[in-house]
Ligand binder design. Structure first.
Ligand SMILES: *Cc1c(COP(=O)(O)O)cnc(C)c1O
Length: 389
């Protein structure tokens, strides 16, 4: 299916709403029936009808059609956060006594689920360095039910060979789940590579405007139907009609935004690499990236997330760098219009700062939609001010 068709037409039925170009926000909690028979049928099969907006809603359906097509998946569900999509995908596929093999340091709330919640139900996890597919094989146990991936990882940028891991899992009857937030389905499609379920935080590039929190989970119709009937309806974590509409609006410009960001990010990377106060820059499409060949093989593009470490002996130099930025904001998240940084040292106490630990001197940067020269001037200024007077 052509991208332009998916983003502009798929799922839309304009003649049903006055030929409005933009679909209506169907802001309703419930749907009425004319006959008892129709009501009975809807109650018995909520997946196929409009009954109550915790389940299906027409605005949300338009969004789901588009997102599933982008993933080349049979179906998808949209949650009110990426964390909700992670939770449902895992919870729906484990039972007491099961084992999960996960990439090391997955997204923080995946890690919380694996370490704080699932152990209460006797589900265990083994983390592996996913850069080597053999590590997954070594970690498998007879009770391994899920292999959980995140490629590239949004902090380390480590990749997994999705096709190879999927083939290994299939040969053992193990389910694969991949967090695809970094790439979006425009730059990487885990499902055609053999992964069972792809998920992403729609808060990031799908929304694109830093105004919605949402998540997408895609997979086979059978799997999505099963999760809809159980975890999705029970957690009650679907997205609202208003947010679904904002995400449809975000999708209209997704290719343009990614194109823009893909053009400016390498300029920022080159600038940072050339600066004497920058020790190292990590970006999946950089020629010095350790897994460049794999990145080029399975990703059609790299977006705006990168990391760089500063040469600094003291915490105050890093703090002064961050606080001297005038345009690049200091905040969590990414994927919006605005450029951001998160210093690694924000997650340690000031007295724990150790200049020999490069993580403490590393910053994650997100390149937004601004002119690259505007961002470079901002970085230049902050780098020149980091030592104080
Ligand atoms: C943000 C993010 C999530 C979680 O998404 P939310 O929408 O914030 O719940 C999951 N994975 C990755 C890689 C993320 O960056």
């Amino acid at each position: 299916m052509e991208l332009s068709y998916i983003l502009n037409e798929l799922g839309e039925a304009r003649s049903e709403y006055f030929n409005a170009v933009s679909p209506p926000i169907m802001q309703t909690s419930n749907f009425a029936f004319d006959t008892v028979a129709a009501f009975r049928e809807a109650l018995s099969d909520e997946y196929s009808t409009y009954l109550y907006s915790r389940g299906r809603n027409p605005t949300l359906d338009i969004l789901c059609r588009k997102l599933a097509a982008l993933d080349e998946a049979e179906d998808c569900l949209v949650f009110n956060s990426g964390a909700g999509a992670i939770f449902a995908s895992v919870l729906a596929n484990v039972r007491s006594g099961d084992h999960i093999v996960s990439v090391a340091k997955p997204y923080a709330w995946a890690q919380h689920l694996f370490e704080k919640i699932l152990p209460r139900f006797e589900v265990t996890v083994t983390y592996v360095d996913g850069r080597d597919t053999g590590n997954f094989e070594k970690a498998l146990q007879p009770n391994t039910r899920i292999i959980y991936l995140e490629s590239p990882n949004s902090w380390s940028f480590h990749l997994q060979d999705l096709g190879a891991v999927a083939a290994l899992a299939k040969s053992r009857g193990i389910l694969t789940i991949c967090d695809n937030s970094y790439c979006t389905p425009l730059y990487q499609k885990p499902i055609p590579l053999g992964i069972d379920m792809a998920l992403q935080s729609a808060t990031k590039y799908i929304s694109g405007h830093s105004d919605v929190v949402a998540g997408v989970l895609s997979g086979s119709s059978a799997m999505i139907h099963r999760i809809f009937e159980s975890e999705y309806l029970n957690i009650g974590a679907g997205t609202s009609p208003m947010n679904a509409w904002l995400l449809i609006r975000g999708l209209r410009t997704l290719p343009l935004r990614l194109e823009r960001i893909s053009a400016s990010t390498p300029k920022i990377v080159e600038y940072l690499k050339s600066h004497e106060r920058v020790e190292k820059v990590v970006f999946p499409f950089d020629k010095e990236f350790g897994q460049l060949a794999l990145a080029k093989k399975q990703m059609q593009g790299a977006c705006g997330l990168l990391s760089f470490s500063l040469k600094a002996d003291r915490l105050d130099q890093i703090e002064r760098f961050c606080e001297s930025l005038r345009h690049i904001l200091m905040a969590v998240s990414w994927g919006g219009h605005e450029s951001l940084v998160i210093p690694g040292c924000v997650s340690i106490q000031a007295e724990e700062f150790d200049p020999s630990n490069s993580d403490h001197r590393t910053l994650r940067m997100y390149v937004g939609l601004e002119e690259p020269e505007y961002l470079i001037r901002d970085l230049e200024r902050a780098l020149s001010l980091m030592d104080g007077d």
